[in-house]
Design a protein around this ligand. Structure first.
Ligand code: ADP
Ligand code: ADP
Ligand code: MG
Length: 689
C-alpha cells in the first residue's frame, strides 16, 4: 500500500480524507495557504507544506508547488478532494510523469467528462439518455435564437466548461435568449476562461438524481445507488439524501446500468458520479459526470457502509474491487445538510468573519438507532474568509426510515451552535419542517416555490405559537426570579401577556395571554395556562408545567412541556435564547422571534405607547449585495416602466440586473459605473406618479 499521500485540498474534505488514510495506516501530508496556517486539516495531517498566499490561484491551484511538495516529502500518491485541481487533466498527467499516483480517474476520462458538450456526445454514443438539445458550440445570438426556437421553450443556456451551478440561465422566449446569451457567455469567460455556450431543453419539474459509480483498472464497474440532490438554491445543492424518495427499483436499476455503461465507455477507474435530471414521469436524462469525490458522498457511505475514500485509494494502488454489484445493499435513509456561512434572509449572501462560537452536535450512534455524522474542517475561533468556499460543515443523519432520519436531522440542527457569522441553519430547519419535503414531493424548483419572496423565516401555526408563547413566559419567570435575593411570589403577577415579534417576516407580531399558578412555582418548573379568550381567575386545575433546563456550554435551553392542553404541543423544545436589549430573541427551527413577557398591570400601559413607524423604502433602489456597479442603464429624469432594467451589479462572478419595482421616474443616481457598492447602499431614488 501507499506509504504517504499528499492531500491537495483544504477544509472539511481534506480532514475527511486524512481520517481514512490514518485508518489505513498511510501517512498524510497537508498543504496550506497563509489563511490556513492554523487550520484543522493542517493539524490533523502528519506533515504540512506551506504553498503561498491565500488566493487559491497562488496556493491550492499552484500545480507546480504541489508537485514539488509531493517530491520533496516523498509522497507516493495524491488525493485531490473536490474543486481546485481535482478535475484538471493536465495536473493528473504531470503527476504521473514524475511517478506520483493521482487518486482519481485517468487524465483522458477527466478531460472527456470535464467538458459538457464533449461528455454529452460520449454519453449519446454509449446509449445514455441525454437532454434534448443542440450538442455543439453556438457561435452567436442569432444562431442561439434559431436553435432555441427549434428545441422549444423553456431552454437552458449553459457554459460548456461550467460547474458549481455557475454559467447557466433559463430562457422562456427568444427575447430572453437574446438577453441571456451574451451575458451567459461573458460570465462563462470570467468564471471558467472559456466562453463556449450550448443550449438544451429545460426539463420542467425536474429532480436532480445522481448515481455513484466505482470502477477499477480491471474493467469492474458497479454503482452504489443514487443520491437525490433536488434541494438547491441558485443551482447549488444544499440538502442531499440517499436513497431518493422518488425512485422505484426498476428506474434505479436503469439509471445505474446507464451510469455503468458511460463509465465503461471512458475506461473509468476510481469513484465517480453520473448526474441525471429526472422528470415527473421518471424519464431521466444525463446531465454531466463528475470525475471526483462528490461533496455529498457521505450519504452514500451511510446507506451502503462503504468508505468511498478507501475504495479510491485501493483502486489507485491497483487493487481489484472487492465488492460486486450483488454485494451492494441500500440500508435505511441518510440526509446531508450543508451548513454555509451565508445569510439566507439576504438571498444567501456569503458571510465572512470569525467563528466566535462553534459547537456542532456530537458524532454518534444514538440509542434510538439513528446516526449523526458531521464532516467539518473548522474549529471555534477559526476565520471564514473570502478566499474559499463558504461551506462550514456537512451535517448528516441516518435512520432506518426517512422519517427517523429527518427527525434526527431536525434535532441535530437545533443543537448546532454557530456564532460570529451569518449561517443558514434556520433555512435548513425550515426546509426539513416543510410538508412537501417531508413527503418527498420535491423538485429543483422547491426553494424558489416554497420561499417565493426569498426566505423570510417561518411564522408558526396557532398551536406552535401558543407553545412558544408559554415557553417565553416560563423562561422569563425563571430569569426574573434570579434577580430577587429571596424569591417572593408576591412580586410575581398571576396574569401575563406575551408579545412575539417575528423577525425577517412581513407578518409582524402577536400578543398572547397566560395565567401562571403562583402557588405551584417550583423553579425550574413553571405552571402555566393559556388564556385564548378571557381571563377567568380562580381555576387552579388544567395548568400544565414547563421545566426550563439551561445549558451554559451549548447555550441551548430545553423546555420540557408536560401538557394536555389542546392549545399546547406536549413535547421538548430546544431553542437558542439570546438577550437583545430589553427583549429576548428565541430561535427555533426556522423561527426567529423577539419576545417579551409583561405582567398584566404593565401590559395595560402598552396602549398608551405610540406605534412604531416603518420607514418607506419603496422609492429607493437598494444594493442587495456587495459588488461592483458595472452598468447604469437609465438616466436622471427618465420615465421607467415596471420591470425595466436599471443597472447591473457584478457580485460573486455573477452579473445581477436590478429592475424597477413599478412605473417611476428616476430622481437621482448616486453612483457611477465602476463604483464599488456595499449592501444596503442606495443606488438610485425614484418617484411615483
Ligand atoms: P456539482 O459540480 O454538481 O455542483 P457539488 O455540489 O458536489 O457538485 O460541488 C459544487 C461545486 O463547487 C463543484 O464543482 C466543486 O468542485 C466546487 N466546490 C465545492 N466546495 C468546494 C470547496 N470547499 N473548495 C473548492 N471547490 C469546491
Ligand atoms: P454544474 O456543473 O454547475 O453542476 P449541472 O449541469 O450539473 O451543472 O446542473 C446543475 C443544476 O442545474 C442541476 O442540478 C439542475 O438543477 C439544473 N439544470 C441543469 N440543466 C438543466 C436542464 N436542462 N433542465 C432543468 N434543470 C437543469
Ligand atoms: Mg452538476
Amino acid at each position: 500500500m501507499f506509504k504517504k499521500i499528499l492531500i491537495a485540498n483544504r477544509g472539511e474534505i481534506a480532514c475527511r480524507i486524512i481520517k481514512t488514510a490514518k485508518r489505513m495506516k498511510i501517512k498524510t501530508v497537508a498543504v496550506f495557504s497563509d489563511a490556513d496556517r492554523y487550520s484543522e486539516h493542517v493539524r490533523l495531517a502528519d506533515e504540512a507544506v506551506y504553498l503561498g498566499p491565500s488566493p487559491a490561484s497562488q496556493s491550492y491551484l499552484r500545480a507546480d508547488l504541489i508537485i514539488k511538495a509531493c517530491k520533496e516529502n516523498k509522497c507516493d500518491a495524491l488525493h485531490p478532494g473536490y474543486g481546485f485541481l481535482s478535475e484538471n487533466s493536465s495536473f493528473a498527467e504531470s503527476l504521473s510523469k514524475v511517478g506520483i499516483t493521482f487518486i482519481g480517474p485517468s487524465k483522458s476520462a477527466i478531460a472527456s467528462m470535464g467538458d459538457k458538450i464533449e461528455s454529452k456526445k460520449i454519453a449519446k454514443s454509449a446509449n445514455v439518455n441525454t437532454v434534448p438539445g443542440h450538442i455543439g458550440i453556438i457561435k452567436n445570438k442569432n444562431e442561439a435564437i434559431k436553435i432555441a426556437d427549434e428545441i422549444g421553450y423553456p431552454v437552458m443556456i449553459k457554459a460548456s466548461a461550467g460547474g458549481g451551478g455557475k454559467g447557466m440561465r433559463i430562457a422562456f422566449s427568444s427575447d430572453q435568449v437574446e438577453d441571456n446569451f451574451e451575458r451567459a457567455s461573458s460570465e462563462a469567460l470570467k468564471s471558467f476562461g472559456d466562453k463556449r455556450i450550448f443550449i438544451e431543453k429545460f426539463i420542467t419539474e425536474p429532480r436532480h438524481i445522481e448515481i455513484q459509480v466505482l470502477a477499477d483498472d480491471f474493467g469492474n464497474v458497479i454503482y452504489l445507488g443514487e443520491r437525490e440532490c433536488s434541494i438547491q438554491r441558485r443551482n447549488q445543492k444544499v440538502i442531499e439524501e440517499a436513497p431518493s424518495p422518488f425512485l422505484d427499483k426498476k428506474t434505479r436499476q436503469m439509471m445505474g446500468d446507464q451510469a455503468v455503461q458511460l463509465a465503461r465507455k471512458v475506461n473509468y477507474s476510481s469513484a465517480g458520479t453520473v448526474e441525471f435530471i429526472v422528470d415527473k414521469d421518471k424519464k431521466f436524462y444525463f446531465l454531466e459526470m463528475n470525475t471526483r469525490l462528490q461533496v455529498e458522498h457521505p450519504v452514500t457511505e451511510l446507506i451502503t457502509g462503504i468508505d468511498l475514500v478507501e475504495q479510491m485509494i485501493n483502486i489507485a494502488y491497483g487493487k481489484k474491487l472487492e465488492i460486486t454489484q450483488n454485494d451492494v445493499c441500500l440500508n435505511g435513509s441518510a440526509i446531508e445538510t450543508r451548513i454555509y456561512a451565508e445569510n439566507p434572509y439576504k438571498n444567501f449572501l456569503p458571510s465572512i468573519g470569525r467563528l466566535t462560537k462553534y459547537n456542532p452536535p456530537k458524532e454518534t450512534h444514538h440509542l434510538d438507532g439513528t446516526i449523526t455524522r458531521n464532516d467539518t474542517g473548522v474549529r471555534e475561533g477559526d476565520e471564514v474568509s473570502i478566499f474559499y468556499d463558504p461551506m462550514i460543515a456537512k451535517l448528516c443523519s441516518w435512520g432506518k426510515t426517512r422519517d427517523l432520519s429527518i427527525n434526527r436531522m431536525e434535532s441535530s440542527l437545533d443543537k448546532f451552535l454557530l456564532e460570529g457569522i451569518d449561517h443558514n441553519i434556520s433555512f435548513l430547519s425550515a426546509i426539513l419542517a416543510n410538508k412537501r419535503f417531508k413527503t418527498g414531493d420535491i423538485t429543483t424548483a422547491f426553494v424558489d416555490e416554497e420561499f417565493r419572496e426569498g426566505f423570510q423565516g417561518i411564522v408558526p401555526n396557532k398551536k406552535l405559537e401558543w407553545t412558544l408563547g408559554s415557553i417565553v413566559l416560563a423562561y422569563h419567570i425563571c430569569e426574573i426570579s434570579k434577580n430577587f435575593e429571596i424569591f417572593e411570589s408576591d412580586q410575581i403577577s398571576d396574569e401575563w401577556e406575551v408579545y412575539l415579534y417575528y423577525l425577517q417576516s412581513s407578518q409582524n407580531h402577536s400578543k398572547l395571554k397566560f395565567l401562571i399558578n403562583k402557588a405551584n412555582l417550583n423553579l425550574p418548573f413553571v405552571s402555566i395556562k393559556p388564556m385564548p379568550n378571557q381571563i377567568t381567575k380562580g381555576l387552579n386545575d388544567d395548568f400544565f408545567t414547563i421545566e426550563v433546563c439551561q445549558d451554559f456550554l451549548t447555550k441551548l435551553v430545553t423546555f420540557k412541556i408536560n401538557s394536555q392542553d389542546p392549545l399546547i404541543e406536549p413535547k421538548n423544545i430546544q431553542c437558542r435564547v439570546k438577550d437583545k436589549n430589553t427583549n429576548i430573541e428565541f430561535q427555533y427551527r426556522g423561527i426567529t422571534m423577539l419576545a417579551n413577557a409583561y405582567p398584566k398591570h404593565i401590559a395595560d400601559y402598552h396602549k398608551f405607547m405610540k406605534p412604531k413607524k416603518n420607514l418607506d423604502k419603496s422609492n429607493l433602489l437598494i444594493c442587495p449585495m456587495p459588488g461592483k456597479l458595472i452598468k447604469i442603464l437609465v438616466k436622471q429624469n427618465q420615465i421607467i416602466e415596471e420591470g425595466q432594467p436599471l443597472c447591473v451589479v457584478e457580485a460573486m462572478k455573477m452579473e445581477n440586473t436590478l429592475v424597477a419595482p413599478k412605473q417611476c421616474t428616476i430622481n437621482k443616481i448616486n453612483y457611477k459605473e465602476g463604483d464599488t457598492l456595499s449592501v444596503d447602499q442606495v443606488i438610485m431614488e425614484f418617484s411615483f406618479k
